[in-house]
Design a protein around this ligand. Structure first.
Ligand SMILES: C[S@@+](CC[C@H](N)C(=O)[O-])C[C@H]1O[C@@H](n2cnc3c(N)ncnc32)[C@H](O)[C@@H]1O
Length: 334
């Protein structure tokens, strides 16, 4: 793949991508031919970058910065393209082709092999008091499957790292702690909690295919004895639907779960319902420039629900979509 992409793509492709004119979709209404020319440039660019994912520790700061900028610009534009009905392109098959090619570019931009699921290895230094580094295998399905929960997000990696380093929940009590993960996606955070010794982890999400992928990841890491998986939809909880889950938890974890206005209202109610008195909610979210309102509303709703913000830390991390990304870490108590 790498050799092939090297042949296809001359060295300077990413430079020309930066100066590529990206028409304003609604205003300029680019025709089918123009869109195909731009998409072809993106396809070449992402094929080349696919051989060198952002997560690789050997990447130079310059590479990360350059990739960040180009990815963010490309993904923003491609997202607007997909969201547009493209009504000025009168042939349906041409509209479908444009959308499909744009979706594939986004999938590859976010670290996916567009053709199918991939299993990635994740590793963390040995937790304090142990000499065994933590390693996990996580299957990310393709984003084209239909939901954001098929991919492991940067916030999950940062939160898992906090858990293994002992900066989040206390490791001396981890064995007897009951941990609930909400919006688990591929399960990296909850599975990491099990790897560091927690004997009771429940991974939840609302999307059935996401749940079946996370069940696969539990088996892949041979954690069936300590990690369970269950459906939990925040919307149902917020609307007072009686949940099947009756248990309460000492610890709740969540990564990248506040990205719609509705979440800002639902999640505090979920935490209220499932956290034991004196428990802690550990949360890591990206501070996306497009989602400042959601973060603000969420912080306000948590306060209104009576949660105490015990600790807050802003930090930088990586993200497949946007490269370097600011994140916010919270510890809430009730
Ligand atoms: C951006 S992904 C983050 C996944 C994972 N925590 C990570 O960081 O890799 C958001 C997750 O929230 C889940 N989600 C979205 N809405 C939900 C809801 N109403 N109830 C439960 N889970 C939901 C999605 O299915 C997805 O797995």
């Amino acid at each position: 793949m790498h050799e092939k992409s090297k042949q296809l793509v001359p060295e300077a492709v990413h430079i020309s991508l930066e100066s590529l004119h990206l028409p304003v979709i609604k205003k300029e209404q680019p025709n089918y031919e123009t869109l195909c020319t731009i998409l072809q440039q993106f396809e070449h660019y992402f094929l080349d970058r696919q051989a060198k994912p952002i997560w690789e520790t050997s990447n130079s700061q310059e590479y990360i910065k350059e990739t960040s900028f180009a990815n963010r610009r490309a993904v923003d534009w491609l997202t607007r393209l997909i969201a547009s009905p493209l009504e000025w392109i009168h042939i349906a098959s041409q509209r479908e082709e444009v959308i499909e090619r744009a979706a594939k570019c986004i999938a590859v931009a976010c670290g996916k092999v567009a053709s199918g699921p991939i299993i990635r290895d994740w590793s963390f230094p040995a937790p304090p008091g142990s000499n065994k580094p933590i390693t996990l295998k996580i299957r990310d399905s393709t984003l084209l499957d239909d939901d954001v929960g098929f991919k492991t997000w940067g916030a999950a990696y940062l939160l898992a790292k906090k858990c293994t380093s002992g900066q989040a929940m206390p490791l001396d009590k981890i064995q007897s702690t009951f941990i609930l993960e909400i919006g688990t996606g591929t399960g990296l955070v909850g599975l990491t909690c099990a790897m560091i010794g927690c004997l009771n982890v429940l991974l939840t999400d609302y999307h059935l295919n996401v749940l079946s992928n996370v069940a696969y990841n539990i088996n892949l890491n041979q954690l069936q004895n300590v990690v369970k998986v269950e459906k939990l939809d925040w919307k149902d909880v917020a609307n007072g639907v009686k949940p099947e889950l009756q248990q309460k938890f000492d610890t709740i974890v969540g990564a990248d779960i506040v990205y719609e206005v509705a979440h800002t209202n639902w999640i505090p109610k979920v935490i209220k319902q499932f956290m034991k008195k004196g428990g802690t909610f550990y949360l890591m979210i990206p501070l996306r420039v497009t989602h400042t309102l959601e973060v603000e509303l969420f912080e306000r709703c948590m306060e209104e629900q009576g949660f105490l913000l015990q600790y807050l830390q802003d930090q930088q991390g990586l993200d497949d979509f946007s490269g370097v990304q600011n994140y916010r870490y919270y510890e809430f108590r009730c």
